[in-house]
Design a protein around this ligand. Structure first.
Ligand code: TSB
Ligand code: ZN
Length: 581
């Protein structure tokens, strides 16, 4: 595991000092530059810069880095100076950003600045003693960032970099970034034509291409079968609802900032739905229920819309239009534990099937102080939170607790995973809810003939198909297992004149057997087409030449193997069928 630079005391100081070195170099090259803040982050440092008319592009980073090296080599000492508020305001009187910082400092803050050669910056410190100590650094990227993170403010330029104590650590880190970039699902998604985005559709609204659609369909079939076996019933419901529906559920009061704005049609006020629970509550309410009917498990592959900040949307991982693998389980209080355990076991089973090993369970609790986000009923919350702890302890599942991560209606058990790039995200979730059934006045008749309110478990095993597919692309580095791969078998005839007819016969036979096949009959050299088959990560490549035609066989290579194996077509079909089941 790589070091967390922010947490490592020495690296923190070095990276912070390196941010100053960056600012000094930028000032040399762009004398009009003004600087906002340059903090240390987990992955290194950045500095937000106002360059006026100038724009720094990725290709300019090299020359800035060169200037940084020059200054570092020059080896000036770094001096700290403490200033009174008046002195500081006077010293930085031509710099609106520093004046803003000074004016926002608390009364008793010690104001200090650091000087190295011809560059002085307002800073709390500490710093290394001399710029000479900064040797192993690299500028990584440049992006836009709004002043104070507010889109109404001016866009500044943010340059990211990283600094280490030695060359080895720097190289290890750069290799890691390179590998992460290779694994980034946005790159794989493009290369393998899994999804695309278009400005005319909008940010965070991916379009699933044919290859992606195959993967998604496979995932749907996989989880649908599992859910059916566990007694789920699936429904289709509209991806809009009236504002009143979401007022009844409480989303309008507690979740509005995550929703698209209301739209009026005739006299009705609609919203694109951010969640499906209200619809499923109404499905439950369509009939009278006895305790004998419970648990009732209503599932749906349901499209939702959520407002995510434009800077936060990311490929398929964080989108504004998503499809949940959702279900709501309506249970009696006595059934909570067993039903919750069934969900956790399903999560574990699915992760095992997909070979996912690196994940953590997070118990997401309310923040009792946040009365706006969370429904105000301490007894209900304590009861629900304790119930989840009990289940987790009984299942002996290791977990960590996170305050303020619960849904507004109840605590959650979330599964956290780490994407190739960026912070952890939640995949699966299982949530306990005593609130929504009350708000929708749901009931069942208990064994004494009395009306009772059911408890609801909200759960999404994949989370969304979008996020899960993004994660799978990164986990597998784009080498999908055969049952999921958009193209499972690629056929290469050695010579079109002599082997195409036989190749077509094999192609049709494989199609008839429900495999997803591609016939690469382009007039390119065999070696070239083989290499491309490897690059495209097709699980199987068939090479069909004279020997195969004469013997009525096929020769195949499995992705990742150099070995070519010859078998009869029946043997090959059986082999893949066995692998897929
Ligand atoms: C499970 N009402 C519940 C449902 O019944 C619900 O909506 N829970 S949720 O808010 O946690 O969302 C379910 C899952 O959707 C999350 O666990 C996460 O995996 C996924 N998800 C959330 N936001 C996004 C997003 N912007 N892009 C892609 N997937 C997302
Ligand atoms: Zn729900």
């Amino acid at each position: 595991m790589l070091k967390n630079i922010k947490e490592d005391k020495n690296l923190n100081i070095m990276n912070h000092s390196c941010a100053h070195l960056l600012a000094q170099a930028v000032k040399h090259l762009y004398p009009k530059a003004l600087f906002w803040v340059g903090p240390v982050i987990e992955e290194g440092f950045y500095y937000d810069i106002d360059l006026g008319e100038d724009v720094i592009k990725e290709e300019d980073l090299e020359k800035i880095e060169k200037e940084m090296k020059k200054i570092a080599k020059d080896g000036k000492r770094i001096y700290r100076e403490e200033l009174s508020r008046e002195e500081a305001l006077e010293k930085f009187k031509n710099d609106p950003y520093k004046i803003d910082l000074i004016n926002n400092m608390l009364e008793d803050t010690v104001i200090s600045c650091y000087t190295q050669g011809d560059f002085t910056d307002l800073c709390r410190g500490p710093h290394v003693e001399s710029v000479k100590q900064l040797k192993y650094f690299k500028l990584l990227k440049v992006s836009g960032a709004y002043f104070k993170g507010d889109s109404k403010n001016k866009m500044l330029q943010r340059i990211y970099g990283v600094c280490f104590e030695n060359e080895e650590d720097l190289n290890e880190y750069l290799d890691y970034i390179k590998e992460a970039k290779e694994r980034d699902h946005r790159k794989i998604g493009k290369e393998q034509e899994i999804f695309m985005n278009h400005d005319l559709v909008g940010a965070g609204m991916p379009l699933w291409l044919p290859n992606g659609a195959i993967i998604r369909k496979q995932l749907e079939n996989y989880i649908y079968d599992k859910e059916r076996k566990l007694g789920y019933n699936h429904v289709y419901t509209p991806c809009v609802g009236t504002v009143n529906l979401y007022k009844t559920s409480g989303h309008w009061d507690h979740y509005k900032e995550n929703m698209f704005p209301m739209m009026k049609v005739d006299d009705e006020e609609f919203v694109l739905r951010p969640m499906n629970c209200p619809h499923h509550m109404l499905v439950y309410k369509n009939k009278l229920h006895s305790y004998r009917d419970l648990p009732i498990r209503i599932g749906e592959f349901a499209t939702d819309f959520r407002y995510e900040a434009s800077g936060a949307v990311k490929g398929l991982e964080r989108v504004r239009c998503m499809c949940q693998n959702d279900a709501h389980l309506f249970v009696t209080p006595e059934q909570i534990k067993d039903e919750f355990k069934q969900v956790v076991n399903l999560i574990l089973e699915v992760y095992k099937d997909f070979g996912i090993k690196d994940y953590k369970f997070r118990l997401s609790l309310r923040d009792p102080k946040d009365k706006e986000k969370y429904f105000d009923d301490d007894e209900m919350w304590n009861n629900a939170e304790n119930k989840l702890r009990e289940v987790l302890n009984e299942l002996k599942i290791p977990y960590f607790e996170a305050i303020g991560e619960a849904a507004f209606y109840g605590p959650k058990l979330d599964v956290e995973v780490k994407p190739a790039v960026g912070p952890e995200v939640t995949l699966s979730t299982c949530q306990l809810d005593f609130l929504l059934p009350r708000r929708f006045e749901l009931t069942y008749i208990d064994n004494k003939g009395e009306k009772q309110v059911p408890v609801v478990i909200h759960r999404a095993i994949f989370g969304t198909f979008d996020r899960f597919t993004a994660f799978l692309m990164e986990e597998t580095k784009g080498c999908f297992p055969t049952w999921l791969a958009p193209i499972q078998i690629n056929i290469i005839p050695v010579n079109n004149e002599h082997h195409l007819e036989y190749s077509k016969k094999i192609y049709n036979l494989l199609l008839e057997n429900n495999f997803r096949v591609n016939l690469d009959d382009r007039e390119e050299k065999v070696g070239y087409r083989m290499r491309e088959s490897v690059v495209k990560k097709y699980p199987y490549t068939l090479i069909l030449g004279q020997k195969e035609v004469d013997n009525n066989t096929i020769s195949y290579r499995k992705h990742g193997s150099e070995e070519t194996i010859s078998v009869s077509i029946d043997e090959f079909i059986n082999l893949i069928k066995k692998e897929i089941i």
